[in-house]
Design a protein around this ligand. Sequence first.
Ligand code: GDP
Ligand code: GDP
Length: 453
Amino acid sequence: MTKPVVALVGRPNVGKSTLFNRLSGEPRAIVDNIPGTTRDRLFGESSWNGISFDIIDTGGIDPSSSRKDPLSIGSSDYIKQIRSQAEMAVQEADVILFITDASTGVTPADIEVAEMLRRNQKEVDGRFRPPVLLVVNKADSAGLRSNAVDFHELGMGEPYAISAVHGTGTGDLLDALVAEFPEAVEEEEDDSIKVAIVGKPNVGKSSLLNRLAGEERAIVSPIAGTTRDAIDTQIEYNGIKLTLIDTAGIRKRGKVEPGVEKFSVIRSMRSIERADVAILVLDATEGLSAQDAHIAGYIVEAWKSAVVVVNKWDAIEKDTYTMAQYTAKIQEDLKFMDYVPILFISAKTNQRVDQVLPMVIRVQEERLARLTTSQLNRIIQSAQDAHASPAHKGRSLRMYYGTQVRSDPPTFLIYVNDPALAHFTYIRYLENAIRKEYNFIGTPIRVIMRPRR
Ligand code: GDP
Ligand code: GDP
């Protein structure tokens, strides 16, 4: 089921990222390890009373990418930034939290944000969508809390006075927030392989989609997804059913104007959440960007499988080494998913497009594969014999036995003397040992250490 999305909107310095951090908890470990992507952390997960939702900090998304200087009110950059925040929030969110600052009172920039939000909201059945909750942050004291009434003037309803730093008032806010979520629609369970086609704008996602879902393969039926205006497309390949996720979004994203392209990351992330396998489309005519790495990191964190597709292969100068060079470069840049197959295609000329679905199907098979317990224990034993874990404070890790506890993705439980002795690099070594025996191509695998009692 798709989780509701909550967007934080507001002028700089009102406390959006502070609130984001309070609500979303721990930073995402893998993405934060990818150079150049830490700044871009804009998507988090949260829950309240057992209801999960995703949060976007639209302030962290900088479409003008010129945030070096503080933006002065009235500057065109400033207005542009507020406008695109509001547009994105209205497009992508189920509920918007409009953040203001009790210590400054209502500012012209707040009025600007309120107007932008109202302008972008849509009237559905007499109500404005998505709903906006007005948050007055930095209400750290009783005096500041009483200032919150002044914010009625923004015409955004009842203000919620909170302190993101101290956490006061956030409970009431979250109660109100959760009450605004749309009715959950259960996604119909089917046995098709769920495929997300993701990547930056203009890399050729919709061109590839058209090839994959094109006339040559009968489209079984477009089915409505659970997200607003998300349309999935079912296709069949050699009798195997696949669902291409949010195909309406992929087509729409093709028309994104340059500059606001970071917005598309959010749609990509939502598609990835619903997918088994993500097709990460790169543009051969461009290098791998931080944004590509960011999407890739999200695929890994969500424990999804992937196929990397380098598109526009027709458009570059090539010799016999080019493909190997590209492969090496991508594997270097996407080190954390070096198990992913890479295809070089042209959606324009149809070159090797026929290899994409077979590869997706193969990856899904491996995602569901299981090693037998004896296979696994043989791997563990010989890995340990070949290279024992280095000692830490005089003690070293001993692995006793293991078992694959689940597939989708493959997850291995290994019983050891003390899990604290298992260094990240040793777990990585074990994963590689497992992959030597069985590829698990395109699929993340999970190794969990448990103390043997
Ligand atoms: P953003 O630009 O909207 O993301 O704002 P930040 O989250 O970066 O916060 C701007 C400043 O306000 C930082 O110095 C925060 O520590 C401070 N701040 C955020 N929330 C609160 C709060 O609830 N009370 C107080 N006193 N300061 C806050
Ligand atoms: P999207 O934004 O990722 O959905 O990208 P589109 O499918 O809309 O393609 C963006 C642009 O790249 C369009 O002008 C396409 O014609 C072009 N394009 C897509 N695939 C290829 C390809 O394989 N080769 C070349 N040369 N151009 C392509």
